[in-house]
Design a binder for this molecule. Structure first.
Ligand SMILES: *Cc1c(COP(=O)(O)O)cnc(C)c1O
Length: 241
């Protein structure tokens, strides 16, 4: 994880991507009847070097997402974390939970009762609350983790009863789609669940986050009501694992 200077070309590439994505989000937000500041941009930083992440932070990014606990903890000490919010967005094993309590602002990928219970236990032990999203497997794909769409509401109720858990909404990754109208159908379904939960859980939880949209479909996601898009490769370029 050694630091390295970025070339002028790299800097320009990052500057242009960041600017374009922010503009796209603002435009789609307005089209969806909202203001640009109602949709947050998360820079997804898996495999990305701290020097690149810090450049994006310098441009105004205030939210990053990492998939793996170990990678996050290794990189975090090199990041300009002043005012920076960090979320875990990848599948999380229960035995890693204790390492990230106090290190991240939200876990977006809560996909089972046992994981929710572990987060609850560790947050309480730390005297804190953890914000969480329920991850929904919206396309019912075998290859993906996540709760089923049908059980998501009931789980949201259940998790909101656990001490130390602050349920804020949902996250989903739709199946690969050929057309934007196909992907928008999945996002629309998620928005229905989100709006329904906002009502049904009022008084129990503040449901204010719908995390939908990645590099290939963040515009569609915002048009369908996403409040947080998770963008990696469109911002930083192709990932090298
Ligand atoms: C990697 C990842 C992203 C970003 O993907 P891109 O297509 O590179 O924008 C978003 N969300 C999750 C959960 C991811 O794992």
């Amino acid at each position: 994880m050694t630091e390295k200077y970025l070339s002028d070309e790299d800097l320009l590439y990052l500057d242009e991507n960041y600017k374009r994505i922010k503009e796209d989000i603002a435009e789609a937000a307005v089209k969806s009847g909202r203001t640009p500041d109602e949709v947050r941009l998360m820079a997804v930083t898996k495999t990305v070097m701290p020097v690149c992440i810090n450049h994006i932070i310098g441009l105004g990014a205030d939210l990053i997402g990492e998939n793996k606990v170990q990678e996050l903890l290794e990189k975090k000490e090199f990041l300009n974390t002043e005012g920076l919010e960090i979320h875990i967005i990848g599948h999380l094993q229960s035995n890693k939970v204790r390492k990230i309590i106090g290190e991240v602002g939200m876990i977006q990928s809560v996909d089972s009762l046992s994981l929710a219970e572990e987060i609850s236990k560790r947050a309480v032990g730390n005297g804190s609350n953890m914000k969480i999203l329920l991850e929904v497997n919206i396309g019912s794909e075998e290859s993906k983790t996540g709760l089923s769409y049908e059980e998501a509401m009931e789980r949201a109720f259940e998790f909101s009863e656990l001490p130390g858990l602050d349920v804020r909404g949902f996250m989903a990754i739709p199946p690969v789609c050929d057309t934007s109208s196909q992907v928008r159908k999945y996002f629309e379904k998620m928005n229905e669940l989100y709006l329904d939960a906002k009502n049904k859980l009022s008084g129990k939880a503040v449901i204010d986050t719908l995390s939908l949209g990645m590099s290939s479909d963040y515009r569609e996601a915002v048009l369908e009501g996403s409040t947080l898009v998770r963008v990696g490769s469109a911002l930083f370029g192709k990932r090298h694992y």
